[in-house]
Structures are given as structure tokens and as C-alpha cells.
Design a protein around this ligand. Structure first.
Ligand SMILES: [Zn+2]
Ligand SMILES: [Zn+2]
Length: 136
């Protein structure tokens, strides 16, 4: 399967090939800030499954140690497309709202960082729920 997506203004376009069983929702404070408040819906895939077909993203990584993602976003419209961790160079996460057809996501199977959850955040019934991250 090949699916495509892009930013709001169209300067950035990308393509994903293959399956994406790793579907998740993150409710951490950072994802609340970046998503607009609802949390971050994303797929985790291997880096080789993802490529930009148009444009070059700007990147930003907040200073600090630990699992701080490098965020890839459009320098014109500001929409955040993807994130990568220095510790996991073989992987990339892609934000669902940027897919041309977000319905292919079919909902998260894992939810992370529910310790930061707001009372108005709803959890999907059948998902694996983690207070922070798996194994912590
Ligand atoms: Zn854009
Ligand atoms: Zn998060």
C-alpha cells in the first residue's frame, strides 16, 4: 500500500509505503501543545517507508537530554508532519492529520502518557493504555 499526505499549504508532500500497524495516540503535555489540545494521533513506521516527494521540512529539537523528538514541519504554513528520535534513527512517526485520507488510520491501538490526560480526553475502548510509555 502507498499513501500520501502533505502540509496545509502544499509546499511539503510525502509518501508512505507498506503497512503501519503501529497506530497510537499520545496525550503528553508536549503533544497537547503541538496538536492544539486533543493529543497527537500518529503512526510509527520504519524510516525507509517514508519519504518527502516535494519540499524540504524545517526541523526543530528542543534542548535537553532524553527522548526529545526532532520535529519536521513546513517552513511556510508551520504544519508538523513527522518526528524522529536521535535514539531510534531507524524509525519515524507521522501525524495522521496530514494524510490525504486520514480515515486509513482506523484509530489508535495504543495510548501513551495518560498521566497527563485532561478530563475531556476520551480513551478508545480497545486500546492498550500506558501512564507514560511501555516498559516504564
Ligand atoms: Zn506548508
Ligand atoms: Zn506526546
Amino acid at each position: 500500500m502507498t499513501i500520501a499526505g502533505g502540509c496545509y499549504c502544499g509546499a511539503l508532500r510525502y509518501e508512505i509505503t507498506g503497512d503501519f500497524p503501529w497506530r497510537a495516540l499520545c496525550l503528553c503535555k508536549t503533544c497537547q501543545k503541538i496538536s492544539g489540545g486533543a493529543g497527537n494521533l500518529f503512526i510509527g513506521i520504519e524510516a525507509r517507508q517514508f519519504r518527502y516527494t516535494q519540499g524540504e521540512p524545517r526541523t526543530y529539537r528542543r534542548e535537553g537530554d532524553g527522548f526529545i523528538p526532532t520535529r519536521e514541519f513546513c517552513g511556510t504554513c508551520g504544519v508538523h508532519i513527522a518526528g524522529r528520535l536521535i535514539q531510534i534513527p531507524e524509525g519515524v512517526v507521522v501525524k495522521i492529520g496530514t494524510l490525504d485520507d486520514p480515515s486509513v488510520f482506523e484509530g489508535p491501538v495504543r495510548v501513551f502518557w495518560t498521566q497527563d490526560k485532561q478530563p475531556y480526553h476520551l480513551l478508545p475502548a480497545d486500546a492498550e493504555i500506558y501512564a507514560t510509555l511501555p516498559g516504564r
